[in-house]
Write a protein that binds this ligand. Structure first.
Ligand code: AMP
Length: 900
């Protein structure tokens, strides 16, 4: 009770409150303050407390106990008798005020007695004890004074209790929340919790302290650190023999096989001797060891090719990631001296890290001895000091046919002669001569057969270079070796002695199309092609939820950790985070969630993306990790692509990549699209903004929703025939009559190529959609971007063929790009100036008015324009200035003078 009587000096008369000791009903003495000047009019008696400190509370409660005499019970009192009194407060930082003006007080309330004046005998008096509680809020100064004003009542103030409320210290979700004073008015006080010992924040723990002292709305939590598990309100160390690897795991678990922990609070168990754990192995996995050697090796020699097959090792070491590696050594006749084979020998599918128990070795030397060592390896082989399990196989190669070419030339004929093989594998039945004009080989070749080993070919075009190839056939089939040679026929007859530099090449059968001699050769073996899969449209399911169950894995929400918002999708935000699945390494993921308040249809459309994506498995298609449908929010989890969408990524790195890198990206996209088209999936919205890029610059096709083209894409515009279409990326037939096919995807791919090579420039710049449609119809096509190799622009133009059957297929695009990557010389020739001219026209077209009013009416006149002149004409965008200046520069250097 912070209560004290003080005399009030203010007012017309001195205070009449008296301090009196009485006994209460239990006969304990108590101190009261009384006033009872009912007989006189015009009373104004004040009683004030000393300064009461606020102690940080914003809202303070005042409970008063008092008695009030009923005026009627007092005989002969005048009408001025009152049955109420007033309560006031005054806030102040000064604890020693001795004088406060009446007018400075703020009134809390007028206090009256309860309706009944039940009488209680206290000593010689009769009183009824009333209790009233009032509060004052939004206090901000150090403290306050309370005051009671009597205007002529008969009052005994028995007690005044001043208090505030606190939310008591508590521990929830392993976070401790301190004793907290409640806020003013109805405000909640937000309180950060502190993680208890041996725990760490999973999500920042918070709670709200309500005005009445209760805790509300716990958010976030702490989790026990690795090596500790949760016990009600604290973290307890894992016992020996158990471990907990990650803070997000709930409990300590027994050490997996072949491992142990001897001390408390282990975050992982140590492998037994001879056993190991690979870096990427989850801690929950048993420790493993390297595999034993491969067994039952079989070698099949086919001339200079060897096929090696073997059985997997008997002891896999407890792992599933067995691979094989081969060492090849060539041995001299007596097998005593062996040396590494060198790079001339080829392994199919590869020499190291084979996942199948078979390999084909090609390009061996004929009639030689080889020794192959086949090692079996797994994820812990590199960690183990013991020698690897390996077997050795020795083979001897052979050769059936070898031919040597001789030639004699005249103006329009040539005579070829060759020697048969040294040791033919059976009798030679015939020789086959194939020839074609160099540079035209795939289109136009001629095959001639003969039993002799001389042949004259005539009717050739003078002045032309031909390539001749000869091979022998025995009863066993055609020989694999073919001699090839190019010969130029001179326009006038001349007999030349040629120095024969023969290039030998292995030859594929079936023989056409001819493979270029520089390609690595292959032995043929039956290869099983995977059956081609077709995409199933989720709408073919009666129950769309079944499609989700069939194609997408349900993920438990507890294995997902959301970290930050990275974008906005059609249905809600897109976040990044981590996913940790049982027995798997934690991975970064993107999490799309369905915002609250969705309709059934929205939920279906949202999840349709997962049931489409879940059907794909390709390195250039965004991978679905799974979905969360059993609890809210509904989420789609995909692999995380660090560099985000391709268009923004390219704009950010304008001009920073080599052409090969750009072609590599395009190759990836084409490969993903080939996969989709092989599955008969038509994307309809292929654009750089729908390609995602990871940290290794790998591009992946994304955005597979059903309603996607209709609603999601901000580029989509309504067409006259209804439906929303991203005009700039869409082929004419798809715009005109919604004919969406893989061929229309190819058109869009061409636009993506253009976007990539121009580093995210907007296709057709600022032209309107209507103008784009018109221009395309009139045969206009986007010009080559700056520094674009001719071959790439040609490929774009091919993709933009009006007739959709004339456009290349994605398979052909991949092949073309692969060839460019292997032979980058063809990328050196940059697109010519007529494109620059076109580009310049397009750019200047936007500024036509500005140019003409500044007096630039011919192209000639702009050739030497400067940046300051451009700025004067309101060409202020740096990108446009740059493009216009670089185009005119290249026109200057080429001396082009064109009238516009
Ligand atoms: P969407 O709804 O698929 O168009 O996604 C919206 C945005 O979120 C995209 O433009 C990207 O910037 C980002 N995003 C979506 N998925 C991923 C992912 N797997 N990795 C990284 N960023 C993503």
């Amino acid at each position: 009770h912070k209560w004290k009587q003080m005399a009030i000096y203010e007012g017309r008369q001195s205070s009449s409150w008296e301090e009196i000791s009485v006994m209460d009903e239990r006969n304990t003495p108590m101190r009261t303050y009384q006033v009872c000047n009912v007989m006189e009019a015009s009373q104004n008696n004040w009683l004030r407390t000393r300064h009461i400190a606020r102690d940080g509370a914003q809202r303070v409660y005042i409970e008063i106990k008092f008695t009030l005499r009923d005026c009627n019970s007092l005989p002969g009192v005048p009408g001025t008798c009152k049955e109420t009194f007033n309560m006031f407060y005054y806030e102040s930082n000064n604890a020693n005020l001795w004088f406060i003006k009446e007018s400075q007080y703020i009134k809390i309330d007028t206090i009256a007695a309860d309706e009944s004046f039940t009488q209680v005998d206290v000593g010689d008096r009769v009183m009824k004890l009333n209790t009233e509680v009032r509060d004052i809020s939004n206090l901000s100064k150090k403290g306050f004074y309370l005051a009671f004003q009597d205007l002529g009542a008969c009052i005994a103030l028995v007690s005044v209790r001043v208090f505030y409320k606190k939310c008591p210290l508590t521990v929830l979700n392993l976070a401790q929340f301190p004793d907290t004073v409640t806020g003013g008015d109805s405000a909640l006080v937000e309180v950060r919790g502190l993680c208890v010992n041996a725990s760490e924040e999973f999500e920042a723990p918070r709670m709200y302290c309500s005005a009445d002292g209760g805790w509300l709305v716990p958010i976030g939590r702490c989790v026990c650190k690795p090596g500790y598990e949760e016990q009600k309100d604290f973290c307890q160390p894992c016992r020996p023999g158990s471990y907990k690897a990650s803070a997000t795991d709930a409990y300590c678990t027994k050490c997996p096989p072949h491992s142990s922990s001897h001390l408390e609070r282990a975050s992982e168990c140590v492998c037994e001797k001879g056993f190991h754990r690979a870096e990427t192995d989850p801690r929950s996995m048993a420790c493993t060891r390297p595999p034993s050697a491969p067994e039952n090796t079989i070698s099949t020699v086919n001339e200079t090719c060897v096929t090696l097959e073997w059985s997997p090792p008997r002891d896999t070491g407890g792992r599933g990631d067995i691979t094989y590696s081969l060492r090849c050594r060539k041995c001299s006749g007596d097998d005593v001296k062996c040396a590494p084979c060198g790079s001339g020998v080829h392994f199919v599918p590869r020499q190291f890290g084979l996942s199948v128990a078979m390999v084909m070795v090609t390009d061996l030397q004929p009639h030689s001895n080889y020794s192959f060592t086949i090692e079996s390896l797994n994820g812990v082989s590199d960690l183990s000091p013991t020698p690897r399990g390996a077997v050795m196989v020795n083979v001897t190669t052979s050769q059936t046919v070898s031919v040597v070419l001789k030639e004699r030339r005249s103006k329009d004929s040539i005579t070829l002669a060759w020697q048969g093989p040294d040791r033919p594998n059976g009798a030679i039945v015939e020789y086959e001569v194939i020839y074609y004009e160099k540079n035209q080989r795939e289109q136009n070749y001629t095959v001639l057969k003969t039993r002799s080993n001389v042949m004259t070919v005539d009717g050739l075009k003078p002045g032309t270079t031909y390539v001749f190839r000869v091979r022998a056939r025995t009863e066993g089939g055609y020989g694999r070796l073919l001699t090839s040679r190019s010969v130029s026929l001179l326009s006038s007859f001349a007999s030349l002695s040629l120095s024969l530099s023969l290039s030998l090449s292995l030859f594929l059968s079936p023989i056409f199309p001819l493979s270029p001699p520089s390609l690595p050769s292959l032995c043929l073996s039956p290869v099983k092609l995977p059956g081609s899969k077709t995409y199933i449209h989720p709408h073919t399911y009666e129950d769309p939820n079944q499609a989700v169950r069939d194609f997408a894995k349900e993920i438990d929400a507890s294995s997902i950790r959301i970290e930050r918002v990275i974008g906005a999708g059609e249905f809600g935000e897109v976040c990044s985070g981590r996913l940790r699945l049982q027995g798997k390494r934690e991975i970064y993921v993107a999490i799309k969630s369905l915002k609250a308040g969705y309709s059934d249809k929205q939920r279906r459309d949202f999840l349709s993306e997962a049931s489409i994506m879940g059907q794909f498995d390709h390195p250039n298609i965004i991978r679905l990790e799974g979905v969360v449908t059993r609890c809210k929010p509904v989420m789609i989890i995909t692999e995380f692509m660090e560099n985000g969408s391709l268009d923004t990524f390219l704009k950010k790195h304008d001009g920073q990549f080599t052409v090969i890198q750009l072609v590599g990206m395009l190759r990836g996209i084409a490969s993903g699209m080939k996969y989709l088209s092989d599955m008969s999936y038509v994307h309809r919205d292929l654009a750089a903004r729908n390609i995602l890029v990871n940290s290794n610059l790998v591009c992946k096709v994304s955005d597979f929703g059903l309603s996607r083209v209709l609603e999601d894409d901000p580029e989509a515009a309504y067409t006259t025939r209804g439906g929303k279409i991203p005009i700039r990326w869409t082929s004419p037939e798809a715009i005109a009559y919604r004919k969406f096919t893989s061929a229309s995807d190819v058109w869009s791919y061409g636009i993506v190529m253009w976007e990539v090579v121009s580093y995210g420039e907007r296709p057709y710049w600022e032209m309107s959609n209507q103008d784009v449609i018109k221009a395309i119809d009139e045969g206009y096509r986007l010009p080559a971007p700056m520094d674009c190799p001719v071959v790439l622009h040609q490929l774009m133009l091919d993709c933009w063929e009006k007739g959709r059957s004339e456009r290349p297929k994605f398979g052909q695009i991949v092949t073309t790009l692969d060839k460019l990557i292997r032979n980058p010389a063809r990328l050196r020739e940059l697109a010519n100036s007529s494109n620059k001219l076109l580009e310049l026209n397009v750019y200047m077209g936007q500024y036509k008015e500005n140019f003409s009013s500044a007096g630039y009416v011919t192209l000639d006149s702009v050739l030497y324009i400067t940046i300051s002149e451009l700025i004067k004409m309101d060409v202020t965008l740096a990108g446009h200035q740059k493009k216009i200046l670089s185009s005119v520069q290249s026109l200057q250097t080429q001396g082009t003078h064109v009238q516009v």
